[in-house]
Each structure stands twice: as structure tokens, then as C-alpha cells.
Design a protein around this ligand. Structure first.
Ligand code: HEC
Ligand code: HEC
Length: 362
């Protein structure tokens, strides 16, 4: 072949090469990740905004709720990518765990039942023993807990920092692309704060809808406030005295060889031996099994436990005594508790679309 043609062919090939490169370079980037921004609900019927614990430096914004929603459902926060907050805090169970003890990374499990996190905005302290004051601080605990997500904070931050869709959202929400543990905690806490459960049949009854609950539930509420004495501890808008910083020993697990000493481990105060935070009774019909150790399977079992005066021990709270309820009274108390099943924002019950990892094409 003529040399000129070869040169021309080479030239054309080179030009074609450059054009191809140029096209590649100028090709529009993958579309940026579009987070789903949920509608932040108004406070539901029955709750009281003045009781909400919202730190001044972490106001609720829709974009922050969206980010926390993704992080809550994202297994990439755990060591092996398999366990998210939602693995143990399951929406169908008021964000609690139907298993007695939750299974974490490597099928490890702890000795306490995962509590529901609905209405945790109303808690003055987190966990069964109240060892962590704020939701912001709490959110990072499970990440490093060996029986939960078994990760290291710096490792989690490195993983999240590789995900462009997260960097972009941290920039929008916190004004910096740099992902910090503090901001991860703030985002997750904000999501948790808006999962509020209210507008239950009982709330509607109190608001004037006389058909919202059964006669049994109404009798049950009278027992709750009176003969059964439940409202000595399960009181206020969230049916718990936890906001007042109180903990009680009602005897659960005190017959074990080495009982879980609960609040005592935090304070070292003798009176706190075997004392735990009073759980809310909202949504309680959805959160079996019950108690810090998940040792009671049904509400019937719980009532029978209270009926005989809890489990006697040296530190038993004086507000616990033998009740001698009739079968009908027991059923009425349960009907009242069942009328406290409320509604949470429907979007919070499903996982949102998550920003893809780099290897998934971004
Ligand atoms: C392996 C299961 C598991 C995973 C994963 C998990 N948790 Fe928990 N969570 C628990 C258990 C068990 C408790 C109770 C522990 C205790 O009181 O000592 C708890 C307690 C809590 C509480 C306290 C609620 C209250 O009423 O005091 C909050 C809030 C919470 N978890 C949020 C989270 C968040 C946020 C994540 C993800 C970053 C997460 N959890 C991951 C099992 C889990
Ligand atoms: C002295 C305070 C006190 C009184 C009175 C009391 N409770 Fe409780 N309640 C608690 C505490 C504390 C726990 C958690 C104990 C534990 O896990 O060790 C609890 C747990 C429960 C639970 C389990 C909730 C869950 O999510 O695991 C139910 C249900 C319950 N109580 C209902 C009642 C009823 C009904 C009455 C009245 C018959 C009553 N309580 C009286 C303090 C009290």
C-alpha cells in the first residue's frame, strides 16, 4: 500500500482516538444521587411538643431526616455490611425486635431486648439503664458494639466517605463534605426524633371520639390509674416516668444467678440495683417480647407478673405490690394497652433508596 495512505490512515486513527477520548471525557457524569425527601409530619394527636428533647445545635430539617433515614437502613455502617439499625429495630414491631435477644454481626447476640425507638424524642436518657443521655451520642454506640454492628468508627467513616451520594448530602445538610461521627449521629438522631407514634384509639377517645375504644379499654384505664397502680410509673404523654430520670427494680431477672444490675452499673448507687427505665406503653401490643431481658412473651404474662407483686428481692420498688386482679380486670388492662397502638409516618417503615457505593457505578 502507498505510504501516504498508511500515514493518512494512521492520522485518521489517531484523530478518531482523540475524538473518542474527548467524547468519553465530556460524557455527562452519572446523574447525582437524588435523595428522597420525606414529609416531616406534624406532631400526632396525644403527644406534647414541649416534652420533646431537641438539642439546639441539631434542628430538624427535611434533608437531615432524609439522610438519617438512609443511614438507619444502611448495612454499610456495620463491619461486614450486613447489619443496619433496622435489622434489630424493625418497623413492624414499633422499631423493636421480636427476638428476645437481637442478632448482630457474626450472629453474636447480647443480653437485652432491643427496645422500640418510636417516641425516643421524648426520652431524657437512652437505653434500659439510661447510660447515654442523647440520641445523638446513642446512635454511634451500636456501630462499635461487638454484639451489634462490630465496626470501628473510623472504618465506618472511611466507608461512608467513599460514597459520593453521602458526601453530597453531608455537604447539603452540614455544610461540609467531610463525614464525621458527630454528624452521622446528628442525622440518625433526627430521623429517630420524627418517628413519633400517636393518634392511637385512646388518643382519639380522649380527643372526644367516644366510639374509638371499647368499654373494656375504658375500664382498663381506670384500673391503670387506680387499683392496679400502673400509672405510678407509666404516666404522662408517653406513659413512662423516664423523663423524670426515674428507674425501678420490679424484680425482672433478679432470680438469675448473676442478675443484670441495670442502672446500678451506671450510678453505683445501692438503690439502683436491678433498676431499669420504665418503658413507654405506646405501641406495647407490637413490641413483644417484654422487659429488658425479653423474658415475658405476652401481655398476659406481664399482667400475671404484676399480679403477684413482681419478683420479690431486696431492692424491689415499694410501688410494686400484690394486686389480686380478677380475670376480667386482667383482660381490661390488656384492652387498654392495646388501645395505645398508634401510627408512625408510613414512609419511615420502609427503606429509602440508598446512594450506591463506587463499585456499583458511581
Ligand atoms: C444487633 C441489634 C441492634 C442493632 C444493629 C442496633 N441496635 Fe439499637 N438497641 C439494641 C438493643 C439490644 C438495645 C437495648 C440495649 C440496652 O439497653 O442496653 C438498643 C437500644 C437502642 C436505643 C435506646 C432506645 C431507648 O428507648 O432508650 C436506641 C435509640 C437505638 N438502640 C438506636 C439504634 C441505632 C440508631 C442503631 C444503628 C446505628 C441501632 N440502634 C442498632 C439492639 C440493636
Ligand atoms: C414501680 C414502677 C412500675 C409500676 C408500678 C408498673 N410498671 Fe410496668 N414497668 C416498669 C419498669 C421499670 C419496667 C421494665 C422492667 C425491666 O425490664 O426490668 C416495666 C415494664 C413493663 C412492661 C413491658 C414493656 C416492654 O416494652 O418491655 C409492660 C407491658 C408494663 N410494664 C405494664 C405495666 C402495667 C400494666 C402495670 C400495672 C399493673 C405496670 N406496668 C406497673 C415500671 C413499673
Amino acid at each position: 500500500m502507498d505510504h501516504r495512505y498508511i500515514r493518512l490512515a494512521c492520522c485518521l486513527a489517531t484523530i478518531a482516538g482523540f475524538v473518542a477520548l474527548g467524547v468519553l471525557a465530556c460524557a455527562p457524569a452519572e446523574p447525582a444521587f437524588e435523595p428522597e425527601i420525606p414529609e416531616v409530619p406534624d406532631l400526632p394527636l396525644g403527644l406534647d411538643a414541649s416534652m420533646m428533647q431537641i438539642p439546639e445545635d441539631n434542628p430538624i430539617t427535611p434533608e437531615k431526616v432524609a439522610l438519617g433515614w438512609q443511614l438507619f437502613y444502611d448495612g454499610r455502617l456495620s463491619l461486614d455490611g450486613t447489619i443496619s439499625c433496622a435489622s434489630c429495630h424493625q418497623a413492624a414491631h414499633a422499631f423493636g425486635d421480636p427476638e428476645q435477644f437481637s442478632t448482630g454481626v457474626d450472629k453474636n447476640f447480647g443480653n437485652r431486648n432491643a427496645m422500640p425507638i418510636t417516641n425516643s424524642a421524648f426520652h431524657a436518657a437512652q437505653f434500659w439503664d439510661g447510660r447515654t443521655p442523647t440520641l445523638e451520642e446513642q446512635a454511634l454506640g451500636p456501630v462499635e458494639n461487638t454484639v451489634e454492628m462490630a465496626n470501628r468508627l473510623d472504618n465506618m467513616i472511611a466507608t461512608l466517605s467513599e460514597i459520593p451520594g453521602y458526601r453530597q448530602q453531608f455537604l447539603t445538610v452540614f455544610g461540609s463534605e467531610e463525614i464525621t461521627g458527630e454528624n452521622v449521629g446528628k442525622a440518625i438522631a433526627t430521623f429517630e426524633r420524627v418517628i413519633q407514634s400517636g393518634n392511637s384509639p385512646w388518643d382519639r377517645y380522649i380527643a372526644g371520639d367516644t366510639t374509638a375504644v371499647s368499654e373494656a379499654a375504658i375500664r382498663g384505664q381506670e384500673l391503670h390509674m387506680g387499683k392496679a397502680g400502673c400509672s405510678q410509673c407509666h404516666l404522662g404523654v408517653n406513659f413512662t416516668d423516664a423523663p423524670f430520670g426515674l428507674y425501678h427494680n420490679i424484680g425482672v431477672g433478679m432470680d438469675a444467678e448473676e442478675p443484670d444490675l441495670g442502672r446500678f452499673v451506671v450510678t453505683g448507687e445501692e438503690a439502683d440495683r436491678g433498676a431499669f427505665k420504665t418503658p413507654s406503653l405506646r405501641d406495647v401490643a407490637l413490641t413483644a417480647p417484654y422487659m429488658h431481658d425479653g423474658s415475658q412473651a405476652t401481655l398476659e404474662e406481664v399482667i400475671e407478673f404484676y399480679d403477684v407483686g413482681g419478683h420479690p428481692n431486696e431492692w424491689l420498688d415499694p410501688k410494686i405490690s400484690v394486686l389480686e386482679l380478677t380475670k376480667e380486670e386482667e383482660a381490661d388492662l390488656i384492652a387498654f394497652m392495646e388501645s395505645l397502638t398508634g401510627e408512625v409516618p408510613s414512609w419511615s417503615k420502609r427503606a429509602p433508596a440508598l446512594p450506591p457505593s463506587p463499585e456499583e457505578g458511581q
